[in-house]
Design a binder for this molecule. Structure first.
Ligand SMILES: Nc1nc2c(ncn2[C@@H]2O[C@H](COP(=O)(O)OP(=O)(O)O)[C@@H](O)[C@H]2O)c(=O)[nH]1
Ligand SMILES: [Mg+2]
Length: 750
């Protein structure tokens, strides 16, 4: 496939895939419910679109040259370019990943420096490396100077010298150089770039170098990447190498040194290829370089060893391998066009090449080139990229987009859409009715329970707190009576006598002249009855007010439910109003009855005619008092003095003190107790009335109002469903269209 075709198709597909991604992101934002209901694996798959997009966004196809130190990677890259671009390196420390790409513009180099975080990480990598090497895990976090003190003696024994040296350089460099937090790209000439790469203090802080060169036969979108070997002391560079093999490179040229096949470095790379997915082996080209350095016999042995190793490692046996002479491949090209640069290293190889040219290649650079197997390798690599990789990259992008998105998503969209349609066309009505019924029931029961709670809590309060209030009032009353009896004018016989004389002019003729005594008790009873009535009335109306307050809270909600419709609220108010009246009326009636009972029990209870039953101590005592001072009072001509009445007063007070209070307390308590059930039964009656109004007025009104409310909600829901159904149908169509368009791109790309 032509690179231009590939690039066009790549961009077209990227565009399609990005459209799918934005569809997905919009779904996430606008249809969270739908998205959350998708099976997890479908959601997972949809995220993979991002990976596809990232892959396609990179226009470059990378051919990575990997292998052990001095295997000839740089020489091979040079031979690919037909140009002595990358200097052969003798120092293992100064390997920087170098990217070579064609340009039609001027030749430049970009130096990509590490950013702050990456530089920091490099330090940590060194530490970890050192800690591992000396088997001292604590070194990972030991302060620098302590760490150095600890490792110096170990280094003197010979191990890890290079590594520790590098770490020292790193440490001083890091302190001295200004590291850009976001990294820095410096544009320099190719020559300057080479200088920098050779400087190990620079190389350490370089992420990579990109060389833009012109005049090479290599398509512009193919990047040749000369990677450091894996035993370089820079752990970061080593990691990059492994990453290229396992992921980033589109093709891997694995440069093996024919003279030391599969040494430690090469073994490590082999392991990455073996352990990786099949596509890693598929993209790998095996190159046995420096083939010329082997004798014929060694060559046979090497082939046998190589094939045995490949078999042992279970690399699928359709692998492609080459026996190359990178040096001669390059020199043949340079000499053919007479462009041998004046480089001492190269000059030193030239003599050897010239000898070989005569002896082995029949004086032909062309033959030398062919013999180096460079053209074959190059052809295979580019063929792989142009005929297979470009194709499969595009094809797999389409396949993945379809598998991860275009296939699974529409089926779920359709399911939801069909459900929505079914709902719109039928089930929604039924649901609406059900829901309406349910909501009325719920609301009604809730209000009823609310009211019931109010009555219940009040009832409980009455029996607990209110009886306490009654008792307090009773006690106050008793105290009051007691003081009056002890020395109040109310029980002073002389005062009462004067009152009687002042109003009638004389005492009536009662047997035993009982009049004063009875008047005293009568007065006390009147006080008693009045305060009794006051207390009960007060309590009753307090309770009722409390009830009104509580019911009001519940009624506010009920009123809201029916839109404050006065038609419906009036009956509730009526119940409360009538309830109040009948409540007070009933209480008053009962108070009167009970007061009469109290009266009777306190005095008017004559003995039966035999004088055996009935009667009471109060009457007996008062009768005795009446007998005292009888003579004085009979003689009307004599004025009566207070002292004449002292005995009587004393006797009356004694009697009342001894018997009256007891009886009052007992009767009072008995009667008061009888009130609670009456009050509570009154509350029950009011409650029943209210519930009746609830059932007959409130519920029908609720039926109508909630039906409206739900109708509106369902109209909203119906509209939402219709809209979603429409949206999803459009989405399905769009996805299907994009899927077809992606197919068309593939067909167009050939
Ligand atoms: N004899 C011989 N020498 C080679 C060949 N390829 C590279 N060299 C030499 O091997 C040394 C290391 O090569 P270089 O490309 O720098 O190796 P790198 O470390 O893998 O990049 C250099 O002196 C090259 O000239 C080859 O095929 N035959
Ligand atoms: Mg090199």
């Amino acid at each position: 496939m032509k690179p231009s075709h590939y690039q066009e198709s790549r961009k077209a597909l990227l565009n399609h895939i990005d459209r799918l991604r934005s569809m997905r992101d919009e779904l996430v934002a606008k249809e969270p419910l739908f998205m959350n209901n998708l099976p997890p694996d479908v959601r997972q798959k949809m995220l993979l679109l991002d990976r596809e997009s990232t892959r396609l966004r990179n226009p470059d196809l990378a051919v990575a040259f990997v292998g052990g130190f001095s295997a000839g990677k740089s020489s091979l890259v040079n031979a690919f370019l037909g140009r002595y671009l990358l200097p052969e390196s003798t120092k293992v420390t100064t390997a920087v990943p170098t990217f070579v790409r064609s340009t039609t513009g001027s030749e430049t180099a970009e130096l990509h420096y590490l950013n702050e975080a990456e530089a920091e990480l490099l330090g940590e990598m060194y530490r970890r490396e050192i800690a591992n090497l000396f088997n001292l895990p604590e070194l990972v976090s030991t302060p620098y100077s302590n760490l150095m003190q600890q490792v110096q003696p170990l280094v003197r024994e010979g191990r890890g010298r290079r590594l520790v040296e590098q770490f020292e350089i790193y440490q001083t460099q890091k302190q001295n150089r200004k590291i850009d937090p976001r990294g820095r790209i410096e544009n320099v000439s190719l020559h300057e770039a080479h200088q920098k790469i050779r400087d190990e203090t620079e190389a350490m802080f370089l992420d990579r170098v990109v060389l833009h060169i012109n005049g090479s036969q290599i398509p512009e979108d193919i990047v040749l990447v000369d990677l450091p070997g894996v035993s370089v002391p820079n752990p970061r560079h080593r990691e990059i190498t492994f990453r290229f093999v396992s992921e980033e490179a589109h093709a891997v040229v694995f440069v093996l040194m024919a003279t030391r096949l599969f040494d430690k470095d090469e073994g490590e790379i082999l392991e990455v290829i073996r352990a990786g997915e099949s596509h890693i082996a598929e993209k790998t080209f095996w190159v046995l370089n420096r083939w010329d350095s082997l004798s014929l016999q060694q060559q046979h042995q090497t082939v046998a060893d190589f094939e045995a190793k490949m078999h042992e490692t279970e690399i699928p046996n359709n692998y492609q391998w080459f026996r190359t002479n990178a040096l001669h491949g390059l020199l043949a090209q340079l000499c053919a066009c007479d462009e041998l640069p004046n480089d001492p290293a190269l000059q030193s190889h030239l003599k050897d090449y010239m000898d070989a040219l005569e002896a082995r290649y029949g004086g032909s650079h062309e033959t030398a080139k062919k013999e180096s197997q460079l053209p074959q390798l190059q052809e295979q690599v580019f063929q792989f990229i142009n005929d297979r990789l470009r194709q499969t990259t595009l094809r797999s992008a389409v396949q993945n987009a379809r598998d991860n998105f275009c296939e699974p998503l529409p089926s779920h969209l359709r399911q939801t859409k069909d459900n929505d349609d079914a709902l719109i066309n039928g089930d929604l009505r039924r649901k609406e009715k059900e829901q309406s019924q349910q909501r009325v029931d719920d609301r009604y029961e809730q209000r009823k329970a609310d009211l019931d709670d109010q009555f219940k809590s009040l009832g409980n309060e009455i029996s607990s707190q209110r009886s306490e209030v009654f008792r307090t009032h009773a006690k106050e009353l008793i105290d009051q009576l007691q003081t009056k009896i002890a020395d109040g004018p109310e029980t002073d016989a002389y005062t009462i006598y004067n009152e009687i004389i002042n109003s009638h002019g004389r005492l009536r003729k009662y047997p035993y002249h009982f009049e004063i005594e009875l008047r005293i008790v009568d007065n006390l009873n009147t006080i008693l009855k009045h305060s009794f009535r006051d207390i009960v009335r007060n309590q009753a109306s307090e309770i009722f007010n409390e009830l009104v307050k509580r019911v009001k809270n519940a009624l506010v909600k009920i009123s809201e439910d029916v839109g404050h419709d006065p038609e419906i609220m009036k009956p509730f108010n009526d119940v409360m109003y009538k309830g109040h009246n009948s409540f007070i009326e009933r209480i008053d009636g009962i108070v009167m009855d009970k007061a009469a009972e109290l009266d009777a029990s306190l005095l008017y209870k004559p003995k039966d005619w035999l004088g055996l039953h009935g009667g009471n101590k109060i009457l007996d005592g008062l009768e005795q008092a009446a007998r005292l001072g009888f003579e004085n009072i009979q003689d009307a001509s004599r004025s009566i003095e207070r002292t004449d009445m002292e005995h009587k007063t004393k006797k009356i007070r004694e009697t009342l003190h001894n018997h009256y209070i007891d009886q009052v307390s007992a009767d009072y308590n008995r009667i008061i107790k009888g009130f609670f059930p009456i009050i509570i039964s009154n509350l029950h009656q009011i409650k029943d009335e209210i519930f009746k109004v609830l059932a007959t007025k409130y519920r029908p009104a609720l039926d109508i109002r909630l039906a409206h409310e739900i109708e509106e909600e369902f109209a909203g829901q119906r509209k939402d469903l219709e809209e979603r159904s429409r949206r999803f149908r459009t989405l399905i169509e769009q996805i299907e269209l994009i899927s077809r368009e992606m197919g068309a791109v593939l067909v167009g790309a050939g």
